[in-house]
Structures are given as C-alpha cells and as structure tokens.
Design a protein around this ligand. Sequence first.
Ligand SMILES: C[S@@+](CC[C@H](N)C(=O)[O-])C[C@H]1O[C@@H](n2cnc3c(N)ncnc32)[C@H](O)[C@@H]1O
Length: 268
Amino acid sequence: MHTVVCQCCMNKIFNHSSESMKEIPDKSVSLMVTSPPYNIDIQYGHNWEGGRQIRSKGVKYTDNLEESVYRTMLANVIEEIKRVLKDDGQVWFNIKNRYDKGVITPPFWILDYFSDMYLKNIIIWNFDWGGSTNKRFCSRYEYVFFFTKQKDNYTFNLDDVKIPALNYRPDRYKSQLKNPTDVWRISMVSGNSLERTEHPAQYPEELVERIIKVGSNPGDLILDPFMGSGTTAVVAKRLGREFVGYELEKDYIKIAIERLKNEETNLF
Ligand SMILES: C[S@@+](CC[C@H](N)C(=O)[O-])C[C@H]1O[C@@H](n2cnc3c(N)ncnc32)[C@H](O)[C@@H]1O
C-alpha cells in the first residue's frame, strides 16, 4: 500500500534542534526510529582513522549536559514526536544503561515520557564487542523500546522480517524461516565495517532495517529526530520509504548526504 505524505518536509534533514519540528505537520509520520544522545560524554567532535578514534578540531555536540537539561531536551523532542505521529503510528527508541563509576542506571525513566502510548516490546539488542571490565560482566546489549499510539491499530509486517531457523528440520517445520524474538543479535558498527562513517555513535543499518520493514509500508514517512550520520535516512530510502530528520551538527548532515548519494548510485 502506498500512502501519500506531506511533500514539504520529505527527504530533508533540518539543521536545528528537534525540540521544535515545525516543518512537520501534525499526524504525518508513520514511524519514528532514533538513538538519542545518551549523555555519557561521547566525544562527538572526534574522527575515525584506520579504525581508531582520533581527536578532530571541530567542537561538536556536548554529550554531558546537566541531567535535568538533558531530560528536558528529550521530553521536548518526545512531545514533538507525538504531535507529528499518525494515529496508527509507532515509536522505536534505542537507549542503553549508563554507568557511573561501575554502578548502573537503567534508562527505564524514559518510559514515563511515553506513558500515554502502548509499550509493545522491550527489544534487547545484543552485540559481541565493546569495552572490557574486570569487576563485573561486560555489557553487550542496548534496549530498543517499541511503543504504539493505538493499542491494536498499527503496522506489523512480521512476514517481512522472518529469519533463518537454526534448528530447521524439513520433517518437522513447514518453513526454513521463523519469527524473530525480542532478543536481536546484530553486530555493532565496528571501526573497519563498510558502513562506518566518522560519526562516533552510529547504529547499524541492519537494526533499523528490521524496524522499518516490520513497522511501515513503502511510501510511509519515517522520522529520526537525532539523525547523526543518516543511517535511518539511508535505510528508509533503500526500502522505498520517505524520511525526515534533524541534526544539530552540519558535519554529520554532510556525511548523511554523502551516504544518501552513494545509496542512489547503488540503487539505480
Ligand atoms: C546517538 S547520535 C545518533 C546517531 C545515528 N543513529 C547514526 O546512526 O548516525 C545522536 C545525534 O543527535 C545529535 N543531536 C543531539 N541533540 C540534538 C537535538 N536537540 N536536535 C537534533 N540533533 C541532536 C547529535 O549531534 C548526534 O549526532
């Protein structure tokens, strides 16, 4: 099914805070997927070289806001997300635990911001590399919270995201494919991965691909209010959806535009 969406904001990344999404009309977005800044002092000004992070000259987004400022910013963005979301729309919010001197603060406080929506899944995104620790087990997962605006009326294309069944036996199973569960094993974007850009907090295309495929249809408008290097935009276009996004840092928008150009070259 091809739905018609607003033309004025389609396939654009706006260079200002998503606390105001004035370019997007009410109830025009089908699916929102994002990873917000985590406020864990990520060095957004740094570049990658040969798979290693090196310091760059540019001063970028400061990922160590005072906690109340950080939460107010997220609350403002989430209010805007709800305004622009269609009645049958959905939200996929990727966030992780924070560690302060080895003590965990889980991100469940974010659920309060979505208390007027329906929490459908807490996805555990599991990956296989990261920092090492010696006084607790290494963390190898992040959350993706999945919310819908309406309880039962929302897109969920389960057939489009089936995965190979590990224990397939032709005498027992009708199909070699099975439904994914709420634990998703998907590699992080490593330093030498082909999709790696200079953005220090990129999420993998495969993660976004499963979300967009299951939760939207071709022609739908996909929103990412923290667009970073443009992963959401790239995957949305590849899957025949439209996108709109926001990003504070011009350099990251340049990276996103470059990725989108490469995508077009590969598509046509
Ligand atoms: C975790 S990163 C997103 C990375 C993205 N998912 C990707 O794959 O590249 C968060 C991004 O949000 C941007 N950002 C932070 N606050 C913002 C705001 N209020 N409005 C728009 N962008 C913001 C940061 O500059 C950063 O690039």
